[in-house]
Design a protein around this ligand. Structure first.
Ligand SMILES: O=C(O)COP(=O)(O)O
Ligand SMILES: [Mg+2]
Length: 221
């Protein structure tokens, strides 16, 4: 048993940058939204550093970069609506599971652990993405960035999982790629585990002080 799992019965997984490399499709939708507004496109490398705080903040960062200043509320709403439209058309065109993810999820579920998903991505995209990759059956419950009033780094969605499954936070593990996952996990009283290969605004996630770090989720099984 991996030391991070000792005493753990419930795991909350982050999605983008932890289970799936979704930046190619996120960047495509951001660029289509920018083009709709006759603004210069951003490209994958920059979008990678902007992911992590949900779709509205992603679009806000893209507009701020394109305009050289923060957007007005009306322009942000228009661009966000265009982003949601485009991303909804093809959330899975180039999105892929990271190596080891499928084996890890299946192995952990087979051991009787309760697996859940807590993403800052809008909830509407969760089922199409998990379904497209064939991993929807691994999760007992999923929450998106708009499922509750608060999203990560707030601990609310993690505590909602702990409450729902009646598992005390000390027996819960948050697994993620960004400082928002680690901060939410710490604030919820969960153990925290980081993966270094995802998106963390260009900084190493180890700087957030997770309880553990694995190069691949396959190490868990
Ligand atoms: O949509 C985002 O900004 C990030 O989503 P995540 O919480 O699954 O990493
Ligand atoms: Mg993430």
């Amino acid at each position: 048993m991996h030391p991070s799992l000792e005493g753990i019965t419930l795991i909350c997984f982050d999605l983008d940058g932890t289970l799936v490399d979704s930046v190619p499709d996120l960047a495509a939708a951001v660029d289509l939204a920018l083009a709709d507004l006759a603004l210069p496109v951003a490209g994958e490398a920059r979008v990678r550093d902007w992911v992590g705080n949900g779709s509205r903040v992603l679009v806000e960062r893209a507009l701020t970069s394109a305009l050289g200043q923060p957007p007005e509320a009306e322009r942000l709403e228009a661009a966000h609506a265009r982003f949601l439209h485009h991303y909804g058309q093809a959330p899975n065109a180039r999105t892929r599971l990271y190596p080891g993810v499928r084996e890890a999820l299946e192995g952990l579920a087979a051991r009787g652990l309760t697996l859940t998903l807590v993403t800052n991505k809008p909830a509407a995209f969760i089922a199409p993405i998990l379904g497209g990759l064939g991993i929807e059956g691994c999760f007992a419950r999923c929450l998106g960035g708009d499922s509750l009033a608060e999203k990560k780094p707030h601990p609310a969605p993690l505590l909602a999982m702990s409450d729902h499954f009646e598992v005390p936070p000390s027996r819960c593990l948050m697994v993620g790629d960004s400082r928002h996952d680690i901060a939410a996990g710490k604030a919820a009283g969960f153990r925290t585990l980081a993966v270094p290969y995802g998106y963390n605004h260009g900084e190493p996630v180890a700087a957030s002080g997770p309880d553990g770090l694995v190069e691949s989720l396959a190490e868990l099984v």
